[in-house]
Structure formats: C-alpha cells, structure tokens
Ligand binder design. Structure first.
Ligand SMILES: CC(C)(COP(=O)(O)OP(=O)(O)OC[C@H]1O[C@@H](n2cnc3c(N)ncnc32)[C@H](O)[C@@H]1OP(=O)(O)O)[C@@H](O)C(=O)NCCC(=O)NCCS
Length: 372
C-alpha cells in the first residue's frame, strides 16, 4: 500500500508517471513526420520515452574545508563531520556565476551524447541562485554554449530543481515536440550563505550537473517516471529579503535578511520521512519493488538523514550513492552531480533501476525513476 506523503493533504501536484503513447516516432517542429502512403498499413503505436544520452558535472576549484570554518565561527571539524558527514565543499570564484558552472557541466554532457550545441532545441535550468533576476540563467547558458535554436527557461524548486527540470524535459521529449533537451541543475548557494551563522554556513557548496534527453524507444538509460510535489511554506527555508515581498534596503542588509535562513531541525524531520516515502513510492508507482533498485541517489543534505531513511527502508548502504563528504549540499546541483559521478565511477548497474529523490525549499519534493 502506498505510504501517504504529506502532499496528499495539501494539493498533490502529480506528474505523469508513464510515457505518452503517440502514433509515430518522435517528430520535431523542424522535422515533419513522413507522409504515410494510403496503401501502407497503419504503424503500431510507438511508445517514446526520454532517453538519458549524456551526463556531466562540474564543481568549482576552490575548496572550503571544515578547518576553514573553525576560523570563522564557533565550530569544529569533529562536530561538522559527526552531525552532517561533510568534510569539504566547493565555492565559486569571484566573478564565477551559476551559468558558468552550468555551461561547464553541459559541455561534458553534450560531449558524452555526441551532440553539437547548435542542435539543442530546449534548455531547462533548475536553480535558485540565478545569475540575475532576469535574464534567466538558461538564457545565459544558451548564449555561452551557442545553442542558437534552443528555447530556454529556469525552474525554481530549490533542492528539488533537477527533479522538476528533468520531469519537464521528459514531457517535452515524450510529446515529440523536442528532440534534444538539455536539463541542468546548477546552484551557487555559497553566495547566499551567512558566514557568521554556524547553523547554516557549514552546509552548502556550489556546483552543476547536466543531462541530455533524447527520444528513446525504451530499454536502458531511460526515464521511467517522475513525481513532483509541493507545500508552500516561507518559514522553514527562506531568503527573507531581496525579493518583492521585502525588497533590499539598508535595514534588510543590516538584519542579514538577504542570506539563507533555515530551521534545520524541521528540515531534518521532513527530509528523513520524505526520502523514505519517495523511494518506496517511486518503485511502487511503477510496479517494482525495492530489490529492483540498482542505486538510490538521494539529495545530499545530511549523512544522518540519508542513513536514517536507508535504515528504515532496509536497504544496504552499498546501493545508496553518497558524496556529501566532498561537496556538501549543492541544492539543485546535488542530484545531477551525484548521477554523473556515479556513472563515471561505474556504479550504475545496466538494466537496474536508479531512484533519484529530492526535497527542499518550497517546500518541494519529488522523485525520478530511471532504468539504467
Ligand atoms: C543543520 C543541522 C546539521 C543541525 O544538526 P542538528 O543535529 O539538528 O543540530 P541542532 O540544530 O539540534 O543543534 C544542536 C546544537 O549544535 C549547535 N550547532 C549548530 N551548528 C553548529 C556548528 N556548526 N558547530 C557546532 N555547534 C553547532 C546548535 O547551536 C545547538 O546548540 P544548543 O543545543 O546549545 O542550542 C541539521 O539539522 C540538518 O542537517 N538539517 C537539514 C539541513 C538543511 O536544512 N538543508 C537545507 C535544505 S535541503
């Protein structure tokens, strides 16, 4: 039986969990479907899925080690490792924007997919640390990569940003309207971090991960289904000022309200139960069970949250990918970095399921179920 998620009582936003059935192989706005001769028997319906043909990730050069925080706030390496599992995280250089991280990750994904930038027809960037209010970070990526035929837009779902972006990209590919979709999760949360607040400053790092989605007729490296959920709340995790609700003023700067604020304990509770429920739901929604999972890739939020959820699921830690020790919480970049890194390390088992699950500000949460 499905374990109810908190969303069930707060207006669940349920994404399609299966691919669209369309009568011909994927068509694009630029390549019309072949005209069928009247004497030809109607083709059997073909189920087009979103295939993951390229992956890549990038993290900035600069490392912030736990020892660096001992000089900034009242903390210790031992406390940070024990309470979070984090040992170091990366930080953008001066002048390095979210789009720069995204572009570096995207170049690797394009190379793996053997796809030229000018053939990308859609760019979706999940980010809550955009280069600017506007233009969108996706438009900056489009310009820097030279994806001249691509539409481009951002999605703001915080730590769930990649799941949301992947889910939207999946629908564009499955519908047949687009063939080469670049999906990115990129964030530079260190730019919103208050390095005088020991409760939050140790947690976050910067980075980006990217995936190329293209039509696939099934089999390996495909998106089986996605699920998105939300429950609006601007108290648990929020940047209080700098938006239209509270525009930047000297008073908001003095109150340090343009930095990220969070109720860590509340997130801890929410994240532990949500991660467990998302993994169980991802397999149950599609008729699988936990044994079919080759690898769980959870949002890298806190080692203790991951451990607690995994223990309740009864899954061995060998089937759970963790890199929080090296990158901290990179928000929307967390999942695609882990996915690309796991693939590069040979940890994705061909034919087995991969469950990506995320939760974060919004509140938002969701999963993506892939077959590798
Ligand atoms: C933030 C987090 C690591 C705190 O860990 P915790 O075990 O819940 O710790 P608590 O909040 O209960 O605080 C315990 C004590 O440690 C202290 N503490 C907090 N940060 C500290 C630090 N960096 N170094 C030393 N002590 C610290 C607290 O002040 C508190 O002290 P007190 O008991 O005297 O008040 C943990 O709650 C967490 O990972 N939450 C989720 C992270 C998150 O929100 N991510 C963003 C959204 S995805």
């Amino acid at each position: 039986m499905r374990t109810p998620l908190p969303s069930d009582s707060h207006g669940e936003m349920r994404a399609m969990t299966s691919a669209t059935t369309i009568p011909t192989p994927a068509t694009t706005t630029t390549t019309p479907a072949p005209v069928t001769s009247p004497t030809t028997a109607p083709a059997a319906p073909t189920r087009v899925l979103a295939g993951v043909t390229g992956l890549g990730f990038y993290v900035p050069e600069k490392r912030l080690r736990n020892a660096d925080f001992e000089k900034m706030v009242d903390t210790t390496d031992a406390w940070i490792v024990e309470r979070t599992g984090i040992r170091e995280r990366r930080q953008v250089a001066e002048g390095e924007a979210t789009s720069d991280l995204a572009v570096a990750a995207a170049r690797k994904a394009l190379a793996q997919a053997n796809l030229a930038a000018e053939d990308v027809d859609l760019i979706i960037v999940g980010t809550v640390t955009p280069d600017h209010y506007f233009p969108s970070t996706a438009c900056m990526v489009q310009n820097k990569l030279g994806c001249w035929k691509a539409g481009a837009f951002d999605i703001g779902a915080a730590c769930s940003g990649f799941i949301y972006a992947l889910s939207v990209g999946q629908k564009f590919v499955e519908s047949g309207s687009h063939r080469n979709v670049l999906v990115i999760g990129a964030d530079a949360l260190t730019t919103l971090t208050d390095y005088e607040d020991r409760n939050t400053c140790i947690l976050f790092g910067d980075g980006a991960g990217a995936a190329i989605l293209q039509p696939s007729l099934g089999g390996e490296r495909t998106v089986i289904g996605t699920y998105l959920a939300a429950k609006g709340d601007n108290e648990v995790i929020v940047v209080p000022a700098g938006g239209t609700a509270k525009p930047t003023s000297q008073a908001t700067l003095d109150a340090r309200e343009h930095y990220l604020h969070l109720d860590g304990r509340e997130v801890f509770r929410f994240a532990t139960s949500t991660m467990r429920e998302l993994v169980a739901k991802a397999v149950a929604d599609h008729g699988y069970d936990l044994d079919d999972i080759g690898l769980i890739i959870p949002h890298q939020v806190n080692q203790r949250i991951i451990d607690a959820a995994v223990k309740k699921l009864g899954i061995e830690t060998e089937r759970v990918y963790v890199n929080i020790d090296r990158y901290g919480n990179t928000a929307g970049a967390s999942l695609p970095i882990a996915l690309a890194e796991a693939e590069a390390r040979g940890q994705l088992v061909p034919g087995k399921l991969v469950v990506l699950c995320a939760f974060g500000a919004g509140l938002t949460w969701g999963y993506a179920l892939l077959r590798w």
